[in-house]
Design a protein around this ligand. Sequence first.
Ligand code: AMP
Length: 495
Amino acid sequence: MTAKSHPQALTTHPLADDAFHEECGIFGIFGSEDAAAHAVLGLHALQHRGQEAAGITSWDGDAFHSERSIGLVADSFTSERVVHGLPGHAAIGHVRYSTTGESTLRNVQPLYADLSSGGFALAHNGNITNAWHLRRQLVRQGSIFQSTSDSEVIIHLIATSTFRTLLDRLIDALRKIEGAYSLVALTREGLIGVRDPLGVRPLVLGRLGAAHILCSETCALDIIGADYEREVAPGEIVIVTADGVRTLAPFPPARPRPCIFEHVYFARPDSLVNGMSVYEVRKRIGAELAAEAPADADIVIPVPDSGVPSAIGYAQRSGIPFELGIIRNHYVGRTFIEPSDQIRHLGVKLKHNASRWQIAGKRVVLVDDSIVRGTTSLKIVDMVRQAGAAEVHMRIASPPTRHSCFYGVDTPERSKLLAARMSIEEMCRHIHADSLAFLSIEGLYRACGHEGGRDGTAPQHCDACFTGDYPTHLTDQDEEESEQLHLLATTGPQA
Ligand code: AMP
């Protein structure tokens, strides 16, 4: 739904495409002589979490400095001029990816506001599921929004809070929001990191000499030679100032629900997530998959890059040789414009090419991490057949993705998810495979270190994309659905 069709539209609807599904990476550092340069490196390591825009804000003890731009980190942040324009011992940074729609500079983070307590810069990973609801209230009360990003709601809630200190105002604001958020914020006093009460999105704490770092994944610590200290606990607020690090736990204790999809696809394999090596978890996922869904085949081939660790696990457990039968071109940008159907069809070979020399005449097990719309699987299976495969058995290293994510991972609306529309047999025919199998949810939990599988009464992760079990209210979604029903009831179905 867009602002135009919204019956009570006050301004651009935060559920409009340019603000909705966001995948992001965040980085903050305090106490470093090279804060901005470290932030640039950290964002490079987090680039897989968002490729559309990047930004850094620094504080030099006197003023805040900010550089934000559309594009990759390497496009805008490699020149000395840019880094010198971000002086100071403290900085926060953000990489953002929004799926479709315009990506305007006003939505690029860190966001910044002059509050009564002084300057406040904010970078957010996740999605607030009552952002539109709160935004409507705030706009009615006089707040003037600068962006369509759900994250800006947090700034307005802080600005309008009746509490006195910034920390109390922040806590007051966070108590009003639902959904998933890992935040890093920069103030005149220091760096603040927050993880939502369920810990849906990741946030880790690290150290480099006297400097403290808060970032989405440990690979951003590795790149600057920092030590990993620990995960920020769900519901924890970490405050880093010149006096050191202190932490607050202002929310009622809740059973954590970290996102299981970080293990399946999102996090980099060299990161630790929930204290576990993502690479090792993915290999175990592949081993579980081989045990659950064996195939009579000659070779195991991953769909690179996301399918590689689970294909290794599959090959090791099944004893079927692993081959890199598909080669990925790493230099293709996301933004390649495909001008005609014929060229669009060729487009797939820009990114992946199947190597006939490994494949011809072989019965192939193809391993990928997930099927979303099914476009990739269909193209890859056809490509492997064209390369001469005798049989193609598709194995997916996660359960069928049947539900949208409202917490910051880009999954399209339900109607576009192949597994929400088709049975597994239908999907198999659709992607032209000889057989298709997915990992079970229990197998996925076992691979993630839960030997007894998923706790049905109190699941250990957020797995809503597979189960539809959403761990928070979805206020905006519910209100939008009831408004649509109301519209239908009053105006009849729209053409
Ligand atoms: P699709 O072609 O829509 O079925 O997409 C499936 C492919 O997209 C798989 O190869 C995944 O590695 C990748 N993928 C899965 N989830 C996401 C996501 N949230 N954002 C971007 N790519 C994804």
